[in-house]
Design a protein around this ligand. Structure first.
Ligand code: ADP
Ligand code: MG
Length: 701
């Protein structure tokens, strides 16, 4: 079938009127034949299996049984009635229940005649029941065509309420196969099909909707998953190739006096092997004449700042300016201070630009940036504003990337005619699998080693009822001169409530740790920036021993003397957030502690999170668990990317297919970047469609 045919609006399909078309679009985003044909089943039900009532188990999904209805009765309930049938086979009995359409059932159902019933069972006060079963007389069932595997399509409450049941969707798709004769244009090359022994497109589309058997189904799934991941990778990798070929970067050929001077005289420690490796990778990029677009991943405390600074010095050595952007004012301040300290007397002019910089000072900064006398600008989003113009920005570094949107990143690209080199740093470890899909167009460097001498943070889980003991421990640590964080959750939906939790907590801590012996800082999102900074500052200077805060302290803050972190209601935090928070301690020479407080009742997921936190401090391992628990959609930064709206592949489970897809995408683009070879015609065509419709599944056929 030609591609245009599948662009036919779904209203033209027999069985779809304006009403159904409207709801298909609203609920499933389906507007065309193509959309419908690419609605892949979520799961399949084995219709070859007939259960006995005695075999039913709680939590069974859909089951098929043979038996007789021996009795029907109408039961009064609070609102209206329900119809209940007693259904028996030779092993036991159960109830069938109808809330809707009772009259029809009562008039048409035959008692004491074998039926095949199908549906989802409930377990209710010691008995199994099945609401609204699909039913068919056994005699009819035996004559009918049997599908071994019945597809179950994605659905929504509204769809079923409007009568678009699974059966209706199935029928529509059958109709569509009739009209299109089930022929689909191949979208992969003969080489790929041969080497991976893949099903053809036509065969795969048939078997995904009407599987002949399990073997055909799994081959169809494999082929379609591969195809989906392949085109994502093709897109990412070709973007990267284009960037490397077309987008010239400023060549930083010089390794000059600043870089060398810093390395020789100012570096306060030996670089770790991982830091050296990463700096080497960055230097190779900067010397290559192509624009650098690199993601630097390194767990909290792994020493990204010094890598950033040395990259900045390379830019300066080559006569360019640089900027470093952080997501919060606190972090920007800290970077500014840290970097000024590291630079010492080196001849570098640095300025800080945040929302609270006064207008007059701002003006000076703007001028100095434009005349080139300012070398390095550190700041918040304020740096991205259009008013901020550089004479020659050669390098932009973004810290804690996940707080920034793609749009903001692209603002940096456009600060010059030639885009600056870009280094994005993140402490949120992204599992490699996900990184490949999310940031496939970035090069990735990883600092996978902590500076020597770090003591692992001792992490324990304590229940609220043991709070007194925990507080006693706090007093002992404070007596030794240490500082303590106490963190409360702040989850947006219930902001008011969380805020109350925080204030209640603050009050009770003030009672347990009274003035003047104990000084307490408090920081939360509702405070003015100045007040926040003031409180933060007191803690940084050691004037307060306890910092009560919401997750505003989550990223980046570095206070080596703070060695205890208490996380209240820790069952409410996500894993990556817990990990980030814990990263605030363990930065000094002292043994540090992280205490995860919870109530008694914990969900299974919460238990897994707590167990993971107490077992390991490896950020990548934690990220993998997080990914498995939450799925990629919830991980930071993925929502905005859009490319993870996968229809059939699963980025976690189909990791191997992803790798294969990536391998082929790289191989093909390296040999034939424009996809001009005869061999790649099908791919070229499908890819052009994809680019036109901006949706992986809008290209096929
Ligand atoms: P992050 O990667 O979380 O941004 P930082 O750059 O803030 O980490 O570094 C954390 C701490 O480790 C800082 O106090 C820094 O001075 C120190 N540090 C960084 N690299 C090394 C190293 N190679 N050896 C010893 N200490 C280091
Ligand atoms: Mg940092």
């Amino acid at each position: 079938m030609n591609a245009n045919y599948l662009q036919t609006p779904v209203t033209y399909l027999k069985g779809v009127g304006p009403n159904r078309a409207e709801i298909l679009q609203a609920e499933l985003g389906i507007t065309t034949y193509q959309g419908l044909i690419n609605l892949f089943p979520n799961r399949y039900i084995d219709k070859t299996r007939y259960y006995k009532i005695s075999e039913l188990q709680r939590g069974n999904a859909d089951v098929q049984l043979i038996g007789r209805i021996v009795h029907l009765k109408t039961v009064e309930q609070k609102k209206g009635t329900r119809l209940v049938a007693l259904f028996k086979d030779d092993t036991g009995e159960m109830e069938l229940v109808w809330f809707r359409g009772q009259k029809w059932i009562r008039e048409n159902i035959k008692l004491n005649v074998p039926y095949v019933i199908f549906g989802r069972t409930n377990w209710f006060s010691g008995k199994f029941s099945m609401p609204h079963p699909e039913m068919e007389l056994l005699s009819v069932h035996e004559k009918g065509i049997k599908v071994a595997l019945q597809p179950i399509y994605p659905s929504t409450e509204k769809l079923s309420a409007r009568g678009i049941t699974n059966r209706v969707i199935s029928k529509l798709i059958q109709q569509l196969f009739l009209e299109t004769k089930g022929q689909f244009k191949e979208t992969l090359s003969p080489t790929i099909l041969n080497e991976l022994k893949l099903m053809s497109k036509t065969e795969a589309m048939f078997n995904i909707h009407f599987p002949r058997d399990l073997k055909h189904l799994s081959r169809a799934q494999f082929r379609l998953k591969f195809e989906e991941l392949f085109y994502i990778q093709l897109q990412l990798i070709s973007k990267k190739l284009i960037r490397k070929q077309k987008i010239k970067g400023f060549p930083f050929e010089e390794v000059g006096s600043l870089f060398n001077g810093f390395y020789k005289d100012h570096l306060p420690f030996q670089l770790t092997g991982a830091q050296k490796k990463v700096i080497k990778e960055i230097r190779a990029d900067l010397g290559s004449k192509a624009q650098m677009n690199r993601l630097l991943q390194g767990d909290v405390g792994s020493g990204k700042t010094v890598v950033a600074l040395m990259t900045i010095l390379l830019a300066l050595d080559n006569g360019f300016q640089a900027c470093l952007v952080a997501p919060t004012e606190i972090l920007a301040n800290q970077h500014y201070k840290g970097i000024c300290d590291l630079l010492g007397d080196l001849d570098v002019k640095v300025a800080l630009l945040t929302g609270s910089v006064k207008k007059a000072q701002r003006k000076v900064i703007h001028e100095q940036l434009e005349d080139g006398s300012l070398h390095l600008l550190i700041g918040t989003h304020a740096v991205l504003e259009d008013k901020v113009k550089f004479k020659n920005l050669g390098l932009a570094i973004v810290d804690e990337q996940h707080r920034f949107g793609v749009a903001q990143r692209s603002k940096l690209w456009h600060k010059n005619e030639t885009p600056p080199h870009i280094l994005v740093m993140t402490a949120t470890p992204i599992p490699r699998t996900l990184a490949m899909s999310l940031y496939g167009d970035l090069d990735i460097s990883v600092i996978d080693e902590l500076p020597p001498g770090r003591k692992a943070v001792k992490t324990v889980h304590r229940f609220d009822k043991n709070r007194l003991k925990v507080f006693q421990f706090l007093r002992e640590e404070i007596k030794k001169g240490r500082q303590v964080y106490i963190v409360y959750p702040l989850i947006q939906e219930s902001e008011a409530l969380d805020y109350k939790d925080l204030m209640d907590g603050y009050e009770s801590i003030s009672r347990d740790f009274p003035l003047p012996e104990y000084q307490i800082s408090i920081v939360h999102g509702k405070m003015k920036a100045q007040d926040k900074d003031y409180e933060m500052e007191r803690f940084v200077k050691g004037e307060t021993q306890i910092m009560v805060a919401t997750t505003v302290i989550e990223v980046g803050v570095n206070i080596p003397n703070a060695s205890v972190m208490i996380i209240e209601s820790s069952e409410r935090f996500g894993l990556s957030q817990l990990h980030q928070l814990r990263g605030r301690v363990g930065r000094g020479a002292e043994q540090s502690y992280c205490i995860l407080m919870t109530g008694q009742k914990l969900s299974a997921d919460a238990k897994t999170r707590l167990e993971t936190m107490t077992r390991t401090s490896d950020g990548f391992e934690i990220a993998e668990v997080d990914l498995k628990l939450r799925g990629p959609g919830d991980l930071m930064g993925t929502q905005q990317s859009g490319i993870l709206n996968l229809k059939i592949a699963d980025i976690v489970k189909d990791n191997d297919i992803l790798k294969t897809a990536r391998y082929y995408a790289i191989k093909i683009l390296n040999k034939d970047p424009k996809l001009e070879a005869e061999e790649n015609r099908a791919i070229q065509f499908a890819y052009a469609q994809l680019m036109k419709h901006k949706n992986i599944w809008n290209y096929i056929s």
